[in-house]
Design a protein around this ligand. Structure first.
Ligand SMILES: Cc1cc2nc3c(=O)[nH]c(=O)nc-3n(C[C@H](O)[C@H](O)[C@H](O)COP(=O)(O)OP(=O)(O)OC[C@H]3O[C@@H](n4cnc5c(N)ncnc54)[C@H](O)[C@@H]3O)c2cc1C
Length: 470
């Protein structure tokens, strides 16, 4: 593999994409070399921005012939270094951003890989439908990135991960051939379901240039509530009660422990505490329905009244307007940013079976408190999916570099516990550069061997997103 890209190859690539599709100046390339948290810095010879599947195929064909590494990039919001280049070229999907077709009767939409998620949501909305994938980065992440990371977000409980929202894909393979799998069928049992190879592959098996997405009926009723709880067991109890009473109407069930709640209160200008007293845990619940009317509110009120009567819920507020519902959600949304001014943070994005969430919270808290005395445990996340963002903020006044130097030791304790509980060390954000060693450590030899077999057979020249995931 050449260290640098020969000028003749660069010339050929620039001929394919033209001036509009070519960036090779330092300032223009800069945003493509680092991620938001700036944990990794990469290098590349150029950022290549094809405008179509055909141009993408030609670019990959040239790179494959010259064995030039290609790093696919969407909105660069991934957070695990998956889109950070290690030489070669960055292939940005940003110009492939058209909605090719919308079929409200079939409840499908065909979009190009570089479409920004929020644009897709709006386009669905315009035809009276819902595209339910929703995450805080939706204004900049792209559907190709969402599918390549099998993104989760806040409505997985009701609609599933990105993987569950796709019927077909178009992919440019690592040798430049195009696989046209853009089918919009809900039933199609004709051999291996190839699209699932590329979903969650983090750009290591090809470039997703288009996808057929599933649409759902638009939402016409929404209820949100924040409930104060005393311990992890009460969080699970409440989840089970709401799930049983509300079924499919339950779209989100988020948990927030006291510490991140306090961080958000302290640092967010948007948020105020709706309760008079502090509580150890909170649950943020959202119910939605395509049918307008007050039935959702009545059901929610009944479940919460019963939970308070039975004394495991300590207090509750139900939003009485869309504005109030938004206000409750700011509590959850502001936690990420609120951790930054509190100094170093060792992050874990884990999942365990829902039934074992309380056990995980107790045992993992104990592990962190013993690992770094004075460290502040930040537990929040999509408890309805068994997915917890379980972080440790540095002790107040501690030296950040010394604290962060303990990252591996601390994370091993948490990840070993997750493995023992048959959970996952990476529930949402994928592997990228960040968790590559963990993959090797926690996956069985058989699973690693199968992954390598797929990788080698599709990417024989080993050019696609080198050094990521595997
Ligand atoms: C504020 C914030 C909140 C977030 N919340 C969530 C959340 O709730 N749930 C969640 O799952 N994630 C979340 N994320 C992480 C991130 O937004 C998702 O991983 C997202 O799906 C990445 O999309 P992207 O377009 O930015 O991809 P990038 O970061 O550009 O790339 C991610 C990976 O996909 C590959 N890739 C990108 N585009 C393509 C393509 N067209 N073809 C092939 N491979 C490609 C890249 O090589 C890389 O490996 C959040 C991030 C931020 C900053």
């Amino acid at each position: 593999m050449p260290d640098t890209v020969p000028q003749s190859v660069l010339d050929a690539l620039r001929d394919v994409v033209g001036r509009k599709g070519w960036i090779d100046d330092e300032a223009g390339m800069e945003p493509h070399l680092v991620e938001r948290r700036s944990l990794w810095r990469g290098t590349c010879a150029a950022v290549v921005r094809p405008a179509s599947t055909e141009e993408t195929a030609r670019v990959i064909e040239i790179c494959a012939a010259a064995r030039v590494p290609v790093t696919p990039q969407g909105g660069n919001t991934g957070g695990v270094g998956g889109g950070v280049p290690e030489g070669g070229i960055v292939l940005s999907a940003a110009r492939m951003n058209h909605i090719r077709a919308v079929d409200p009767l079939n409840h499908t939409m065909t979009v190009e890989g570089g479409c920004v998620l929020a644009t897709i949501q709006e386009a669905a909305n315009e035809v009276g439908c819902l595209f339910p994938l929703s995450l805080a980065a939706e204004g900049s992440c792209q559907i190709g990135g969402n599918l390549s990371t099998n993104a989760g977000g806040i409505q997985v409980l009701r609609y599933g991960n990105a993987r569950d929202l796709v019927l077909g894909l178009e992919v440019v393979l690592p040798d430049g051939r195009v696989w046209d799998g853009l089918r919009s069928l809900r039933k199609n049992n004709t051999g291996y379901d190839l699209k699932h190879l590329f979903i969650g592959a983090e750009g290591t098996l090809g470039i997703i240039t288009a996808a057929v997405l599933k649409l759902y009926p638009a939402i016409h009723a929404r209820e949100a509530a924040l409930v104060a709880l005393s311990d992890p067991e009460s969080v699970l109890d409440l989840f089970v009660r709401v799930r049983d009473a509300c079924g499919d109407a339950l779209t989100a069930f988020e948990m927030i422990s006291r510490m991140p709640f306090d961080f958000a209160l302290k640092h967010s200008v948007r948020m105020r505490d709706p309760f008079e007293a502090p509580h150890p845990f909170y649950a943020l619940i959202e119910l939605t329905s395509p049918r307008p009317g007050g039935a959702l509110r009545e059901t929610l009120q009944a479940v919460l009244a019963r939970a308070i009567e039975d004394e495991f819920a300590k207090d509750a507020v139900i939003a009485t307007s869309e504005a109030q519902a938004k206000e409750l959600w700011t509590i959850r949304e502001d936690i990420n940013e609120a951790q930054i001014p509190e100094g170093g943070s060792i992050k874990h994005d884990v999942s365990v079976p829902i039934s074992r969430v309380p056990e995980f919270l107790r045992r993992a808290t104990d592990i962190l408190e013993r690992a770094v005395p004075g460290g502040r445990v930040i537990a929040f996340g999509h408890v309805g999916d068994g997915n917890i963002h379980f972080n440790l903020s540095q002790p107040e006044g501690a030296d950040t570099d010394a604290f962060m130097a303990e990252s591996n030791r601390v994370a091993h304790g948490v990840h070993d516990l997750v493995a023992e509980m048959e959970g996952s060390f990476s529930a949402e954000h994928g592997i990228g550069l960040h968790k590559r060693d963990l993959l090797k450590h926690y996956k069985s030899d058989v699973e690693m061997d199968l992954m390598w077999t797929v990788k080698r057979s599709l990417d024989a020249k080993s050019i696609m997103n080198l050094g990521k995931l595997l």
